[in-house]
Write a protein that binds this ligand. Structure first.
Ligand code: SAH
Ligand code: DHB
Ligand code: MG
Length: 226
């Protein structure tokens, strides 16, 4: 017989059994809280999925948009090949400083380049300078810019590479055609954009757990233009 609907308890069970209590990530979360950062980093099961995806495709170059305190950055950096590197974009100087300390404590700072400023500007520069290609991109910043970020990443990520977009369910608010929150409206629009993009092949998965009902989109940059 099934138990009561208790996603948070199941998250704890998954954490206990499969994620093994991670002191590095726990320390980063504690430092974020002490520094007054919002607790909106990826939950550990998703963080570990990011690491496993990076490993599965042998990611050597990773791009992240939205660093916060670097919890997702640490997971992603752990998935890099030994000679790999990661660029992460963050608009908030304070967040970037907290992240820098967390990445140093996690022993991955030598592989991570935190670029402070509006992500759109950094992405523009990266495109102009022909930076990349990246094997994997993780988009987790201001939701209003999601289409712009996927558009940029579709050019910066190599064919066969992956783009992961966080927070694409938003407690179901994406179903609301007349969503008043511009973040909901932008994510709703993102689905149509990705579906119509000939070089992208995508799915989205809903998640429950310690956090609210949400989900992520997994996009392959197919390069097939079909
Ligand atoms: N990926 C992080 C959480 C990111 S929270 C983790 O899982 O640990 C979203 C972050 O995006 C915040 O730190 C916020 O300051 C940053 N952000 C918001 N707007 C941005 C913009 N225009 N450019 C770059 N970063 C932005
Ligand atoms: C919010 C942002 C996130 O990236 C997230 O994972 C959860 C919440 C927010 O802005 O509320
Ligand atoms: Mg997020």
């Amino acid at each position: 017989m099934a138990g009561a609907f208790d996603p948070a308890a199941v998250d704890r069970f998954i954490g206990d059994r499969l994620l093994g209590g991670d002191p590095t990530i726990a320390a980063a979360r504690a430092a974020n809280q002490a520094a007054g950062l919002p607790p909106i980093d990826v939950p550990d099961p998703l963080g570990k999925l990011l690491m496993l995806l990076a490993r599965a495709i042998g990611a050597r170059h990773i791009l992240e948009i939205g660093t916060l305190g670097g919890v997702s950055t640490i997971w992603l950096a752990r998935g890099l090949t030994e000679d790999g590197d990661l660029v992460t974009l963050e608009i908030d100087r304070h967040h970037a400083e907290v992240a820098r300390a967390n990445l140093t404590a996690a022993g991955v700072s030598d592989r991570v380049d935190i670029r402070v400023g509006p992500a759109r500007q950094h992405l523009q520069t990266m495109l102009e300078e022909g930076q990349g290609p990246f094997d994997l991109a993780f988009i987790d910043a201001d939701k209003q810019s999601s289409i712009a970020y996927v558009e940029a990443c579709s050019q910066l990520v190599r064919p066969g590479g992956l783009i992961v977009v966080d927070n694409v369910v938003r407690e179901g608010a994406i179903l609301d055609e007349g969503a008043s929150d511009p973040r909901d409206a932008a994510i709703r629009e993102l689905y149509g954009y990705v579906a119509a993009h000939p070089g992208l092949d995508a799915t989205a998965l809903q998640t429950v757990g310690a956090k609210k009902w949400d989900g992520f989109m997994l996009i392959e940059v197919s390069g097939r233009n079909d």
